[in-house]
Design a protein around this ligand. Structure first.
Ligand code: HEC
Ligand code: HEC
Length: 198
């Protein structure tokens, strides 16, 4: 191969390699940038401080993956989350799920003003409706079943109501079936207890 021919072959390759380096550099730099808005809403340390926005820390990665997929496909209709995930590749779905699953699980609020009678009612409802047979005895979830212990009370009420009235469609219809016999007052007591789980 003559030198000039070699340069003709090598130059575009070298240029492509440099572009590619720039491109992986940019991608790895942007994961932190891309996850920053998620953490601003959902809580830097896995625990949300914002009304109606769920804590994500301690969620099993497979549960997060399915929910991000449902958001991207608009099968779970929440404008902000549909917007956030609309350009996600399958690799993004996995990368964000794996990252968020490693954040620490939320902690219960200080027990000072707890209403003991409501806690008792909530605890009895968890057993009666077998919530803890699927979500684990300590409500930490597994695989596609979410961690619910110490989730925000306002979000629990909202999402349980949405499962019951079929505005939140799960990946499977399980939760709508579970909640069919559960009254709205019982949803309030369940959320009260689960949000303060110890
Ligand atoms: C402006 C605030 C906001 C931003 C930014 C945001 N989210 Fe959300 N996210 C929400 C809200 C609100 C919900 C709850 C929707 C509902 O009521 O069901 C949610 C729900 C979720 C859920 C489902 C949680 C569950 O328990 O089912 C996941 C997972 C999630 N977001 C991940 C992300 C990721 C990843 C990003 C960044 C790419 C992100 N969010 C950015 C507001 C936000
Ligand atoms: C048969 C198994 C099963 C039982 C029993 C069950 N769950 Fe679930 N639960 C699931 C599954 C699976 C999901 C995820 C569904 C989806 O894709 O949205 C879920 C989702 C949830 C969520 C949504 C969490 C989030 O972060 O958005 C809450 C809250 C919840 N369950 C509470 C309860 C409560 C309270 C009970 C008892 C009254 C209960 N579950 C009983 C399987 C179960």
């Amino acid at each position: 191969m003559t030198m000039s021919r070699m340069i003709r072959v090598v130059r575009p390759l070298a240029a492509a390699a440099m572009l590619c380096l720039a491109c992986t550099g940019a991608l790895s730099a942007t994961f932190d940038e891309r996850v920053a808005p998620c953490l601003a809403c959902h809580g830097e340390k896995g625990q949300s401080q914002t009304p109606q926005i769920p804590s994500l820390g301690g969620q099993p990665a497979p549960y997060l993956l399915i929910q991000l997929y449902l958001f991207r496909e608009k099968q779970r209709a929440i404008d902000i989350m549909n917007e956030m995930t609309k350009d996600f590749t399958d690799d993004d779905l996995r990368a964000f799920s794996d990252y968020l699953a490693k954040l620490p699980a939320p902690q219960p609020p200080a027990p000072d003003n707890n209403d003991a009678a409501r806690l008792e009612r909530g605890k009895a409802l968890v057993t009666q409706n077998r919530c803890n047979s699927c979500h684990n005895l300590d409500l930490t979830g597994r695989e596609n079943i979410p961690h619910i212990a110490d989730q925000r009370e306002d979000y629990l009420v909202k999402t349980l109501r949405e499962y019951k009235n079929n505005t939140r469609h799960g990946y499977e219809p399980t939760m709508a079936e579970v909640l069919a016999p559960v009254t709205d007052q019982q949803i309030l007591d369940l959320a009260y207890y689960i949000a303060r789980f110890r």
